[in-house]
Design a protein around this ligand. Structure first.
Ligand code: 5GP
Ligand code: ZN
Length: 115
């Protein structure tokens, strides 16, 4: 998609600090990190979000990169959280499928019980 920020990052048209890349996915540092480790993993192909009829093979590539990124970022033993925000209620702001890999410190607890 020509006007998609993450498509442009995947195509190296917009700079990013790349952590890992292969033919199918690219992982790069979040520009506004919420924890010491905050890396995003995206498929190079455009899907709006995880519910956008994403082929299982693509999901396998994206989630397969999580462990690689965790090792590269040194959090494979301390642990981390993987999040994919989806849609308005999920507070998704960039509409190209991405997973956040968050770690390097104990996860803050922000959510309370649902009403
Ligand atoms: P979302 O809210 O959609 O789940 O996550 C989007 C993430 O993309 C946010 O954490 C935000 O900081 C990050 N982000 C937005 N624009 C850019 C950018 O231009 N470069 C990078 N590296 N990250 C970005
Ligand atoms: Zn895109």
């Amino acid at each position: 998609m020509s006007d998609c920020l993450f498509c442009k990052i995947a195509a190296h048209e917009i700079p990013a600090t790349v952590v890992y890349e292969d033919d199918d996915v690219i992982a790069f540092e979040d520009v506004n990190p919420q924890l010491p480790v905050h890396t995003l993993i995206i498929p190079k192909a455009h899907y709006d979000h995880i519910g956008d009829d994403v082929p299982a093979e693509v999901l396998g590539k994206v989630f397969g990169a999580v462990g690689i990124v965790a090792k590269l970022k040194g959090v494979e033993d301390t642990g981390y959280r993987v999040i994919t925000n989806t849609g308005e209620d999920g507070r998704q702001t960039v509409h190209h499928l991405h997973v956040h890999v968050l770690g390097g410190a104990l996860m803050p607890i922000r959510m309370g019980p649902a009403d």
